[in-house]
Design a protein around this ligand. Structure first.
Ligand SMILES: Cc1cc2nc3c(=O)[nH]c(=O)nc-3n(C[C@H](O)[C@H](O)[C@H](O)COP(=O)(O)OP(=O)(O)OC[C@H]3O[C@@H](n4cnc5c(N)ncnc54)[C@H](O)[C@@H]3O)c2cc1C
Ligand SMILES: *[C@@H]1O[C@H](CO)[C@@H](O)[C@H](O)[C@H]1NC(C)=O
Ligand SMILES: *[C@@H]1O[C@H](CO)[C@@H](O)[C@H](O)[C@H]1NC(C)=O
Length: 354
């Protein structure tokens, strides 16, 4: 059987490994430095480059305005359908919650302004409703809507994917590499035909940069996921993680900022702005927030969008690249996994080297 090694056990590597395991003729090994752990034990200093634990993570359906966004939108819809299936087949286990997504915009662009019931339907948005003026949180908000969406508790979800992969026969190796090409020479893995590069921020592609995100994890519950786009370009949002994982209040988007330390002033600002936008989040904790911890993560961003392509090496082997998901890794995860499956070379019979 041909053999593919998936490098990386963030949401992209895990989804890809699980999908290829059942939908490709390859046997699959998952190799990574970092694996999902209970989020309480992930180290904010040594594991800051492992992005998946620090994500929200919610799904936002963004009206596409160019071909890159159209491709991403299609992937987010496929992921939505897949999340529904996973959730219904494994209720309470996969770390997924379905709920309303609420959007408030201070300065909506044309793609938002054009959204109505019909347009939303053509974009595959279920449960869409434009909000009435009385429902806006304040006068600066000039446009709002809600629709059906999902959130995950990242490490509950990722651990579920990992367990499922192993349960269905997948092999796992914890190892750090300097370059994906090294994997072809690792004798203990056996013959390797394809490496799938799901290394997130990994190894010096010049187009890859990080987008720092500071958020704050609170114990307060919230029944919906709320996103507000402010006129100055900043964001005010929450992501209920559920499964005893609290709610994320966010958040910053700071390209090329490598500061690993959370700022207390930023935390105070995020909490204040969110409470003003959605005051009933304070109800579950006597009118205040119960802070669990600050979070700083590094979104693996790439100029021109994610890299999803196959590279043929001179020795007949190939690498399939699947990285640079920025702030949308969870939302697009299953679409990316399907994209990788389409890019895998059709296996030819290998001559035995015994
Ligand atoms: C604050 C914040 C909020 C976010 N909110 C959302 C959200 O609401 N919705 C959403 O969809 N996304 C969200 N994201 C983005 C999302 O978290 C990322 O897009 C996603 O986690 C990227 O996953 P990945 O698998 O590509 O990378 P990673 O999770 O970084 O995984 C990379 C993997 O590669 C391995 N690796 C790297 N280098 C090596 C090496 N040299 N040797 C061996 N292994 C290696 C790592 O160990 C790890 O296993 C958010 C991100 C942040 C920071
Ligand atoms: C994170 O990645 C950067 C860039 O590759 C590297 O310089 C840094 O040492 C990494 N940090 C940790 C804690 O691994
Ligand atoms: C693998 O992915 C990383 C991004 O994580 C990229 O920087 C690197 O160039 C890729 N590896 C190869 C061999 O192209």
């Amino acid at each position: 059987m041909p053999h593919a090694v998936v490098l990386g056990a963030g949401v992209i590597g895990l989804s890809t490994a699980l999908h290829l395991q059942s939908q490709s003729p390859y046997s699959i090994t998952l190799l990574a430095r970092d694996f999902p752990l209970p989020s309480e034990t992930i180290d904010a200093v040594s594991q800051i480059n492992f992005t998946s634990p620090w994500g929200g993570a919610h799904n936002r359906l963004v009206p596409p305005t160019n071909p890159t966004e159209e491709r991403e939108h299609a992937m987010s819809l496929r992921t939505f359908t897949h999340m529904k299936t996973l959730h219904s087949q494994n209720p309470g286990e996969a770390g997924i919650t379905f709920m309303k997504g609420v959007e408030y915009l201070e300065a909506p662009g044309p793609a938002y302004k054009e959204l109505n019931d019909e347009k939303a339907k053509s974009l595959g948005m279920e449960g869409f409703r434009l909000l009435r003026k009385e429902e806006y949180p304040d006068e600066r908000v000039t446009w709002g809507c809600e629709y059906d969406t999902w959130c995950v508790n990242p490490m509950v979800f990722c651990s579920f994917l990992l367990r499922r992969f192993v349960y269905l026969g997948g092999k796992v190796v914890r190892r750090e590499v300097r370059d994906p090409v090294e994997i072809f020479g690792m004798r203990d893995l056996g013959e390797v035909d394809v490496v799938v590069n799901c290394s997130g921020n990994g190894f010096g592609d010049e187009k890859v940069f990080i987008t720092r995100g500071q958020t704050c994890l609170v114990a307060n519950a919230c029944p919906v996921t709320v996103t507000r786009q402010n006129a100055d370009g900043s964001w005010t949002f929450c992501v209920p993680r559920n499964f005893q994982g609290g709610t994320i209040i966010g958040g910053t988007k700071e390209p090329n900022n490598w500061d690993p330390n959370p700022s207390p002033e930023v935390r105070a600002g995020l909490l204040k702005k969110f409470a003003a936008t959605y005051p009933c989040i304070l109800d579950s904790h006597g009118g205040g927030f119960q802070v669990i911890k600050d979070i700083v993560g590094r979104r693996p961003t790439r100029k021109g969008g994610m890299r999803l392509e196959r590279e043929q090496l001179s020795n007949g082997k190939s690498i399939v690249h699947a990285y640079g998901l920025g702030g949308r890794g969870y939302e697009l995860s299953w679409g990316v996994a399907e994209g990788v499956a389409e890019l895998l070379p059709k296996p030819t019979t290998r001559t035995s080297k015994l």
